[in-house]
Design a protein around this ligand. Sequence first.
Ligand code: TXA
Ligand code: MG
Length: 320
Amino acid sequence: MKNVLKVDPHAPQRDAITRAAKILQGGGLVAFPTETVYGLGAHALNSQAVRKIFIAKERPDWDPLIVHVRDLHMARPLMKRLSAQFEMLTSRFWPGALTLVVEKAEQVPGEVTAHRPTVALRMPWHPVAAALLAAANLPVAAPSANRFGRPSATRAKHVADDLGDRVDLILDAGPTPIGVESTVLDLTRSPPAILRPGGVTREELANVLGDVTIARGVEKESAAVGRAAPGMALKHYAPSARVELFDSPDELEARANELREGRQRVGKIRDVRADTLFTRLRALDAAGAEVILCLLPPREGIGLALRDRLLRAAGKGGEQ
Ligand code: TXA
Ligand code: MG
């Protein structure tokens, strides 16, 4: 495709980065790799540019975006105040797969935060993302670069399949190394609450914070107001095929046989891994699977995030 530029994931080409940075500065959309998934980026302080993200993704305007920064200097003016917790967490986990929700500064446009008083901040380590943020020299609002409700994009091809020419430029640096989105941690609650499990594990956070909870009941609350709360949409990250989940391989195989006897096209994921989950869901979909059977991993470590995405793909809410 004409709007795809291949870049070296370890040492991105200067000219590609400069071209992408200029597009961002001019209010355009650039899809770029991060260590978690591809992001669909726009100048975070330009409301007009941010609105383009929602249109391209067909994302409802109540779902707020993550703002990506190159360093703490860029983060500071976006937040109302600095806390000891924020400093402790960023010194341990930034750059990395941890997004921190804090009270926002005045200058962050309401379009970015869905008119909430908070903003989600993250500093990615992927060399392409880091180079782009440095070259553009501005905060970049970027959700995952998939169409709303689809599995996140972990390859440039997924971005092109979902967004095509709705994006001005796609930087293709191959598959993203982690493959599952960042952990979203709400620092405005005490103790801090994980709104979305992700690349940084609950165990790692607990080591630093002592106490961390997983947000509960957000779905129920939001159902009452007729829409899902951020990150908590019941059916999300979903392929078109129906997803069924199993705790034991024997149950999974028994169900596979039953479905095959009923002449259904069945896909199986028995060894779910962060770096291949979304690619496999998309591939099974493309291959025409009607039902995808998947073995749930244990709740430990990255398993918590994988269970969360699988439960959502199956339309059962997240790991609560
Ligand atoms: O790994 C990632 O986080 C990727 C890469 C591109 O950085 N981004 C990503 O963005 O997954 P998105 O928009 O697909 O998911 C961001 C999540 C959403 O669930 C959103 O509701 C939540 O973060 N979020 C953003 N701002 C928030 C806020 N102010 N309060 C609560 N949740 C927020
Ligand atoms: Mg997303």
